[in-house]
Ligand binder design. Structure first.
Ligand SMILES: Nc1ncnc2c1ncn2[C@@H]1O[C@H](COP(=O)(O)OP(=O)(O)OP(=O)(O)O)[C@@H](O)[C@H]1O
Ligand SMILES: [Mg+2]
Ligand SMILES: [Zn+2]
Length: 511
C-alpha cells in the first residue's frame, strides 16, 4: 500500500513542503530503501526508524519498503524525516489511519521511539500557516517554538507510542495553548552591569550611542583598560527586540538548532562573541549544505570581535560585504543562498602587539615593523565602516575606588531606558521603510529627509570636513551618529553640539 505524509525541507531560511511517499509491497524481495535523501542521512534514518518502530511494539513488516522524498530536486538531509517515514510505514501496514485533516509530521526519533529536540520546528510552523495546514505533529521539546505562530495547532509528541494511541483515538494528545509573544521575557542578565565599571564615562556614553542607533563601534586601548568588560556590559543596554525582529532572529536560531529544548521565541537581542580563532566559514557562514555563520546569529544584535586584529585576515575581509549590505550571499553549485546579517559590530583591540603604544606609564616593546603589520590589519575598508572610534585609556581603579559611588555612574537599566526611547523615535521615523530599523541602516539618500541640521551644525560639519579632510563615507557616518545623539536628546533637529560630540568619536581620522 502507498501512503503520503507531509513534511518540510529548508533551503537557507526558506522552507518548502516535502511529500514523503511510502510504499510497502508484500511482493518482491524484502528490503528498506530511501530515495531523495542525501548522504549518510539515508542509512541513519533507516536504522533509527526500524528500531524505533520495533521498540514501539509494532511488528516491522518483512516486505519491500520504498520511501521517496519529493520533490527530488530539493536537497534534503538531517534527521527530521524520521517521524514522517515511520508514520508512513505504520500507516501503510494498516496499524493506524492518518488524521482526516492534512497535517505535517516532523522530528528525529531515538531508538526507543521517543522524539528528540529537532531544529527547524519554527520554520515548519511558518510553512504550515502559509499553506493553511492546521495541524503539526512535532517533538514535545521543540513544540514551544511553533506555538507562537497563530492559527496552527501544535501537537507535542513524546514518542511514537503516544502518537499511535492518539491517531487510533485511544488517548488524545492535547494541542499546546498558543503562547502570547508579549508575555515572553525580554530582559537578560549580562555578565557586568555598567555601574560595576568605574570611570570610563566617555566609553560608556559611546556604547550608549552605539546601542541607540545600531552603530558599529571600535575600542582601542592598553591591556586591562576594561575594553572586554565594557563590551560585555553592552549586552545589558541593547534595546528590546520588536516582534518583527524577534521572528526574524528566531527563524535563524531555529534553523541552526540554537534554540534550547523547550525554548520558544528569541526575545533578547543576540550578543555573539566568537573567538578570534573562528574560521571564515564559522564567522561568515558556508559549508557544503550552507549554514549561517556568527554574523547571521548576530542578526539584529551585536557581533563582538575582541582582539580584532588577531582574527584571520580573510575572515575580516569577508566581513566587508555583509557590513555594507546587511546580508550575506553564499554561493554554491546550485545557486546562491542569502542569510540576513544586519548586525552591530563591536570590536576591541590593543594599539600594538604588546599593547602599550602611546601609554604614558609603560614602554612599548614592539618593533616598528611589528607595529606596522599590526595596524595594517586595522586600516582600510573595515575601519571605514565603523561609525564610532574610541580610545579607552587605562584608569587607576584603586583611585576610583575612593569615591566608588561617584565613579560607578548609572546602572544599565537606566541607560537601557534611554536607548529604548531613542529606538522608539527611530521606529516612528522609519515606519514606512520596512528595511530600515535604526539610524545606522539609513542610506545616504535618506539623510536629507531624516537628518535635518541647524545652520550652526551644518557649518561645523563643513569645517570639520575641510579641516580633517574627511572622506565622503566618514561625512555620512558623522551625520548618522549626530542623528542618534540628537535622538537621545529628543531633538528633531540636529544641533551644533550633537555634531561636536559625534566628531569626538572619529579619533582615527582626527589624530
Ligand atoms: N574601569 C574599571 N572599573 C572596574 N574594573 C575594571 C575597570 N577596568 C578594568 N577593570 C578590571 O580589570 C579587568 C580587566 O579588564 P578587561 O579584561 O576588560 O581589559 P581589556 O581592556 O579587555 O584588556 P586586554 O587588552 O588585555 O584584553 C576587568 O575584569 C576588571 O576586573
Ligand atoms: Mg580584553
Ligand atoms: Zn607595543
Amino acid at each position: 500500500m502507498l501512503t503520503k505524509i507531509l513534511s518540510m525541507a529548508s533551503v537557507g531560511l526558506k522552507s518548502e513542503r516535502v511529500e514523503v511517499e511510502v510504499n510497502v509491497a508484500e511482493k518482491g524481495f524484502p528490503g528498506f530503501s530511501i530515495v531523495g535523501l542525501s548522504g549518510k542521512s539515508v542509512d541513519e534514518t533507516r536504522e533509527r526508524v526500524k528500531t524505533a518502530i520495533i521498540n514501539s511494539d509494532i511488528e516491522f513488516p518483512t516486505a519491500k519498503i520504498t520511501v521517496n522524498l519529493a520533490p527530488a530536486d530539493l536537497t534534503k538531509d538531517g534527521s527530521a524525516y524520521d517521524l514522517p517515514v515511520a508514520m508512513g510505514i505504520i500507516t501503510a501496514i494498516g496499524e493506524i489511519n492518518l488524521p482526516k485533516d492534512k497535517a505535517y509530521f516532523y522530528g528525529e526519533l531515538s531508538l526507543d521511539g521517543s522524539l528528540h529536540h529537532t531544529k527547524g520546528v519554527f520554520l515548519l510552523a511558518l510553512l504550515a500557516k502559509e499553506e493553511g495546514i492546521k495541524n503539526i505533529f512535532v517533538p514535545r521539546m521543540s513544540a514551544n517554538e511553533a506555538s507562537v505562530i497563530e492559527g496552527v495547532n501544535v501537537y507535542p509528541v513524546d514518542n511514537l507510542k503516544s502518537l499511535i494511541r492518539h491517531l487510533r483515538g485511544e488517548k488524545m494528545i492535547d494541542a499546546l495553548k498558543p503562547i502570547d509573544i508579549a508575555e515572553i521575557l525580554n530582559d537578560i542578565t549580562p555578565e557586568f552591569d555598567f555601574s560595576e565599571i568605574l570611570g570610563q564615562n566617555q566609553a560608556k556614553r559611546a556604547l550608549e550611542i552605539a546601542a541607540a542607533g545600531g552603530h558599529n563601534i571600535f575600542m582601542m586601548g592598553p591591556p586591562g583598560s576594561g575594553k572586554t568588560m565594557l563590551a560585555r556590559a553592552m549586552a545589558g543596554i541593547l534595546p528590546n527586540l520588536t516582534e518583527k525582529e524577534s521572528l526574524e532572529v528566531t527563524k535563524i536560531y531555529s534553523l541552526t538548532g540554537n534554540i534550547p529544548p523547550g525554548g520558544s521565541l528569541i526575545r533578547q537581542r543576540p550578543f555573539r562573541a566568537p573567538h578570534h580563532t573562528t574560521s571564515q566559514i564559522g564567522l561568515i557562514g558556508g559549508g557544503s549544505s550552507p549554514h549561517p555563520g556568527e554574523i547571521s546569529l548576530a542578526h539584529r544584535g551585536v557581533l563582538f570581535c575582541d582582539e580584532f586584529p588577531e582574527f584571520n585576515r580573510n575572515a575580516l575581509e569577508a566581513l566587508r560585504q555583509p557590513l555594507e549590505d546587511g546580508h550575506v550571499c553564499i554561493s554554491r553549485a546550485a545557486g546562491s543562498i542569502t542569510f540576513p546579517a544586519q548586525f552591530m559590530l563591536v570590536a576591541a583591540a590593543n594599539p600594538c602587539p604588546c599593547g602599550h603604544l602611546g601609554d604614558p606609564k609603560k614602554e612599548c616593546k614592539c618593533s616598528a615593523h611589528q607595529i606596522l603589520n599590526y595596524q595594517k590589519k586595522l586600516s582600510g575598508p573595515i575601519m571605514d565602516r565603523i561609525d564610532l572610534h574610541l580610545t579607552v585609556p587605562a584608569v587607576d581603579v584603586n583611585n576610583l575606588m575612593i569615591d566608588k559611588e561617584k565613579a560607578s555612574g548609572e546602572k544599565s537599566m537606566e541607560i537601557k531606558k534611554r536607548v529604548n526611547e531613542a529606538r522608539k523615535i527611530q521606529s516612528e521615523r522609519f515606519k514606512k521603510l520596512s528595511h530600515i530599523h535604526s539610524n545606522s541602516d539609513m542610506r545616504n539618500s535618506h539623510l536629507k529627509e531624516f537628518a535635518k541640521l541647524s545652520d550652526e551644525a551644518n557649518l561645523l560639519l563643513k569645517q570639520a570636513v575641510n579641516k580633517f579632510a574627511l572622506s565622503a563615507r566618514s561625512y555620512f557616518r558623522l551625520i548618522k551618529v549626530s542623528r542618534t545623539i540628537a535622538d537621545l536628546d529628543k531633538s528633531e533637529i540636529i544641533k551644533e553640539f550633537h555634531v561636536a560630540e559625534a566628531l569626538q568619536y572619529r579619533t582615527r581620522e582626527l589624530s
